[in-house]
Write a new protein. Structure first.
Lengths: 440, 122
């Protein structure tokens, strides 16, 4: 409870403090231009002391102290909060700590024009950010996820796949919500995918749809929303243990929470090998735009299950994914440069993101209840596992497991919850592909 | 018919609803097809494979994808966890704290030569 108050307190504080401080999206003073002119006007005829004084003053003008705005300080504080949440509460530390550090790096005030900032062409950060803008990192992350994931619980009980589809209602509901709030179609599509609770997918889709480059039918360019969308997706994913349990308790009765599912059958290696190939063919034929994501996901899984490429699978699921996670986390964090990030749009995206997680969780839970109407006796499913249909692997499955244990200390739901969890990944990638093919 | 009417209303929100409905439908269909395949298609595939490789077993019911009813995924998980933990523990861990302390006894054969050079015996 304390955690919820802290987190939502901070979020609401941010929302309310913004208009007070008067941050407007593009109200940036042309400080850099005036600086350059003062540099040229240094009068050589003056004394050494005056020159030295000028030099110090000039140096001061280049420091962070002179250029800091309230926006920068606010964002640095957010970065510190991210790091704090990651360390103290162990909320996805592998993501929050790189992103938090990235937020700090991206919001150190500097004078533009020296190839420092992430949005300046030629800067090192800009080159690293290229992987985000062009959607290079997400498929590589998916390769690692594929090489990590064991799909056997899904193969043993294929009907649980539908729960992963049901949770995607969050994606489309948010998409609609964003349209009502006045976002253009591609922007709304990119915002909607936050409901898929899948960081790489969100970055992939927003880099294709809301990248600040594409031209809309009415002649204007789309907004660059990659930063806010990625931050919203990752921060809500980290908050899954806070967001989901109250909804579960609200929608699922005590009786239902105690339902025991029969243990899944053992799956043969042959089935595990066939799965990635067949799933790749079926899903990408239906939604070819999701090819970069699904192709890499199932390729990674094939590396794992083929039994002949253990070395490749091992690299993909350890070193490769670690490297990409580091680069992705830091650059996404750094992309939240205050003058670009602190806008009304970002706040709306954060609001929509929270709602989308709630809707996705509800969709999964209610669909699980619906499925139970048709299932008898031993085959009934514990509706709690519907909540893990929002990907967020493996956190939401863990949350389901913990909730199940609270209702019945001997009911272990983790294995069952992993099935909708991984199908949620597939589902959100398909949803991203559909949105991409409709809106790109 | 409904789709047609909606798409005639050429505003964004109308298009949004179209995408909402078709999108959800496609996602459901995709995962439904996958699950149907793994429920029914896979046993057939395994059956065909067996025919190709061996030429025996003409009945689908003869192919058991669940090799042993007693051996469930839970048991597999328990065994693999046990093996994992065992392999983790096998690795001998050293504390990484070096203990360089003064030896209690003053004379040691390891450094006996130095006593000769110093011309004194202990």
């Amino acid at each position: 409870m304390k955690k919820i108050i802290i987190i939502f307190g901070v979020l609401s504080l941010l929302i309310f403090i913004r208009p007070l401080l008067g941050f407007n999206s593009d109200a940036k003073p042309d400080k850099d231009i005036t600086l350059v002119t003062t540099q040229e006007e240094t009068n050589q005829e003056e004394g050494v002391m005056t020159n030295a004084f000028h030099g110090i003053q000039e140096f001061y003008n280049y420091t962070g102290f002179a250029n800091a705005t309230l926006g920068h300080i606010l964002m640095i504080l957010i970065g510190i909060i991210f790091i704090y949440l990651g360390i103290k509460f162990d909320y996805e530390p592998l993501l929050l700590i790189p992103i938090g550090a990235g937020v700090i790096i991206g919001n150190i005030p500097f004078v533009a024009g020296n190839q420092t900032g992430i949005y300046e062409t030629g800067s090192v950060l800009n080159y690293l950010y290229f992987g985000v803008v062009k959607g290079v990192y997400p498929p590589l992350i998916f390769l690692g996820i594929g090489a990590m994931t064991d799909f056997s619980s899904l193969i043993a009980n294929p009907k649980l796949m539908l729960l992963g589809a049901a949770a995607q209602i969050g994606v489309f509901a948010t998409f609609l919500g964003a349209l009502y709030l006045g976002f253009a179609l591609p922007e709304a599509g990119a915002i909607g995918i936050i409901g898929g609770a899948d960081g790489p997918t969100a970055i992939f889709l927003s880099s294709k749809l809301a990248n600040g480059i594409n031209i809309l039918p009415d002649g204007t360019t789309v907004k660059n929303l990659i930063g806010p969308i990625a931050i919203a997706a990752y921060s809500y994913m980290a908050l899954v243990p806070v967001i989901q349990p109250p909804i579960m308790r609200l929608l699922i009765s005590k009786e239902d929470r105690k339902i025991r599912m029969k243990p899944p059958r053992a799956v043969t290696q042959k089935e595990k090998m066939i799965f990635p190939v067949v799933a790749l063919l079926l899903t990408t034929f239906i939604s070819p735009s999701a090819l970069p994501l699904l192709g890499m996901l199932f390729f990674g899984n094939l590396l794992k299950e083929s039994g002949r490429t253990e070395r490749l699978a091992d690299t993909a699921r350890t070193k490769l994914i670690d490297i990409v996670t580091i680069l992705l986390g830091v650059t996404v964090g750094a992309s939240t440069q205050a003058d670009i990030f602190i806008t009304k749009d970002s706040m709306m995206i954060f609001g929509l993101g929270a709602i989308s997680f709630v809707i996705a969780t509800m969709g999964g839970l209610l669909f699980a209840k619906l499925m139970n109407l048709f299932l008898k006796g031993d085959n009934r499913i514990n509706p709690l596992i519907g909540a893990s249909g929002v990907s967020a692997v493996p956190d939401s499955a863990r949350v389901v497991h913990a909730e199940g244990l609270k209702a019945d200390p001997n009911n272990y739901l983790l294995m069952h919850a992993m099935a909708p969890n991984v199908s949620g990944v597939i589902g959100s990638a398909i949803a991203a592909g559909i949105l991409l093919s409709f809106l790109a | 018919m409904m789709y047609l009417i909606i798409s005639l209303v050429a505003d964004q929100i109308g298009e949004g609803y179209v995408i909402l409905l078709t999108g959800l439908l496609i996602v459901f269909c995709a995962l439904l097809i996958l699950s149907v395949f793994f429920k029914y298609g896979l046993p057939v595939m395994l059956f065909v494979y067996k025919i190709i490789t061996k030429g025996k077993d003409k009945k689908i019911t003869d192919i058991k994808i669940s090799a042993d009813k007693e051996f469930t995924g839970e048991i597999a998980a328990v065994i693999s966890t046990a093996i994992y933990l065992h392999l983790q523990e096998k690795h001998d861990e050293e504390s990484a704290i070096l203990t360089i302390k003064q030896a209690i006894k003053q004379y040691s054969p390891w450094s006996s030569k130095i006593y000769g050079t110093h011309h004194r015996r202990l």
